[in-house]
Design a protein around this ligand. Structure first.
Ligand code: DGY
Length: 321
């Protein structure tokens, strides 16, 4: 008998067809309260994204594998899944380059005021030659501080060092020797990174250790001319502290793809600040990359249910059992 898989995010047709060759699919509207938990009770696995899967939702289920269509896995209680013997798979690598492009577009847009000035033109304010009131700041040759130099951080460092001749500083639990060799990246303490960088870019996953990693004290350490870039997870930054720092001129601006609450409250002061570029969590959102992520997640799930998955596993401890 084919295993039953809950699908809680729309999949490209060819990916759904591939899954159907291996499993019976149960489509669920994750927006319906209780629907996902109810479906999980009769399933062997699930695939989807952007929805919290709590331990309670798995009680009484026989689920063996969960596959998230994302690299981030902060929607799951990983130790609990491991205790239950449930494999959790994710989609690193396939989204690295498009997510690094988003980070770099935030750097460029914030520095050169692209969104603000495009709106200014559309509003009919361009009546003569522009002057210092419309000038931005250079990106090339500046210092980029990357907090967390993993796969995506490494792709950002490559763009910065090789494309824009930037100096790259970074923090990471372990040295990233490839980035040091190829991009001249220098590993420093967070305080030094904050004090020396023109752009501070967060590339850490959201964990208990990184929640509000950047708060009032850290923002205070940054240069007044610095720009904070966040395309990781909103809660790595204390958003209230960021709003206060931007209002007080403690830092110059911010480029944000992620927020503590998504979608962001339309009344958020961040949305009224011309020096803030705000995007709707588009990190990996290109047609090509989202398709590759869905395919990768589907293959992960099929292999996990067959007991053959040995890549892209978040909780490898489960495989050792
Ligand atoms: C990820 O893959 O984690 C991106 O943030 C998209 O959700």
């Amino acid at each position: 008998m084919k295993p039953k898989i809950v699908v809680y995010k729309a999949l490209p047709a060819d990916v759904a067809d591939y899954l159907r060759e291996h499993a019976e699919l149960i489509d669920v509207d994750a927006g319906q309260p209780g629907a996902l938990a109810a479906a999980l009770r009769g399933a062997d696995g699930a695939i989807g994204a952007s929805v919290k899967i709590t331990p309670a939702m798995l009680d009484g289920s026989r689920v063996k594998a969960l596959s998230t269509i994302s690299v981030g896995y902060d929607q799951f209680d990983v130790p609990d899944l491991t205790k239950r013997g449930i494999v959790l798979a994710h989609t690193p690598d396939v989204l690295t380059e498009s997510t690094a492009d988003t980070v770099f577009s935030l750097i460029l847009a914030s520095a050169r005021r692209v969104v603000e000035l495009a709106d200014w033109v559309k509003a009919g304010h361009w009546k003569g030659s522009i002057g210092p009131a419309q000038f931005g700041v250079d990106v090339q040759g500046k210092t980029l501080g990357i907090v967390g130099l993993g796969r995506i951080g490494g792709a950002v460092a490559r763009r910065a060092a090789l494309g824009f001749k930037m100096k790259v500083l970074y923090t990471n639990r372990t040295p990233n020797e490839a980035a040091e060799r190829h991009y001249g990246a220098r590993r420093v303490e967070l305080d030094e990174l904050l004090a020396s960088s023109d752009f501070v870019c967060l590339q850490v996953p959201l964990t208990d250790a990184t929640r509000h990693l950047i708060g009032a004290r850290q923002l205070q350490k940054m240069k007044r001319s610095a720009i904070l870039i966040n395309a990781s997870r909103g809660a790595t930054v204390d958003e209230q502290a960021l709003i206060a720092a931007l209002e007080a001129g403690t830092i110059h601006g911010a480029g944000l793809d992620v927020f503590e609450r998504e979608p962001i409250d339309p009344a958020s002061p961040l949305l009224r600040m011309p020096n803030v570029v705000a995007l709707p969590h588009i990190g990996s959102a290109t047609h090509e990359t989202r398709h590759a992520m869905a395919r990768c997640a589907a293959e992960n799930l099929v292999a996990a249910l067959a007991g053959t998955l040995d890549v892209n596993v978040v909780n490898r401890d489960v495989l050792a059992r």
